[in-house]
Design a protein around this ligand. Sequence first.
Ligand code: NDP
Length: 304
Amino acid sequence: MTAQIIDGKKIAAEIRADLAKKIEASDDDYMPVLAVVLVGENPASQIYVRNKKKAAEEVGMGCEIYEFSDTIGENALLKSLQELNENHHIHGIIVQQPLPAQINPQKVLEVISPEKDVDGFSPYNTGLLQANDPHAIVAATPKGILKLIQSCCDNLNGKRAVIIGRSNIVGKPLSMLLLNQNCTVTIAHSKTENLPDLTREADILVCATGRPKMVKGDWIKEGAVVVDVGINHDENGKLCGDVDFDEALNKAAFITPVPGGVGPMTIAMLLENTWEAYIHQKQHEDSHSCCCGKHHAHECHCHH
Ligand code: NDP
């Protein structure tokens, strides 16, 4: 068997094109806007933030970057986030990690208003996800992974899913998403015993460990769907995932490549979350719309 490749790049491009169409057709006066908060000058963070801005602008979404010095105090940062919460022309707020030591990341997550928390990391949104509430804003990477799995698997009812990795940004939220789809879910981690025996039972195997080529061909059940979340470099400095791709090709039915699998979906899902947050806030604010029938981000100039 040679696995079919799940083309995350293509699926993400379709999602972005669809978003671009919806944004084009929506109210020009009041466009969706993502605020990205960047503290300090971490070069990797600066690249991620630039990429997010570029991706947002490509679909016609606004993106504002709020930069703060790495010496900013916790209270000052929390106050700025409160201001973004109250700013009606901003619909989504994300805070780029990592943060300097004086800032408690949990406090940051708690202060962002749940309807603008488009990373879906706040305790409120993770709670909604756990309750299988459709209003949950779901973190971009696990949301994208579920779409990739659904692109090759119509019915997830009763499927055995094994997720390697229990982080708050990937493993744990994905376990809830798959459970909500009626999968039987096991989460593995660094203390899990007999891991290959476990993964060999998986109809759906997701690996999110950051360990290059850790999952070997004989860890995989014949015909499984394999999603590789890892972004690593091999011994030759070449980009690779957590799965030994060449070995997995002979066992899996479907597999995501690295690069071109999960990565492109993450950014597409962030944009989708921002769009959905915008629609939700717009519906709420339409009840306060202007006498001219539109909602204005700024003062109304319709002179009615
Ligand atoms: P974390 O480091 O937060 O978590 C890694 C998880 O893997 C932990 O739960 C850890 O176990 C587990 N683990 C580590 N080694 C082993 C092992 N030998 N056997 C079993 N489990 C192990 O990572 P993230 O979740 O943030 O990211 C995981 C990978 O995914 C990284 O490569 C990251 O770059 C990539 N990533 C990619 C994204 C994308 O958009 N494509 C987005 C986010 C992440 P324990 O808890 O016991 O320590």
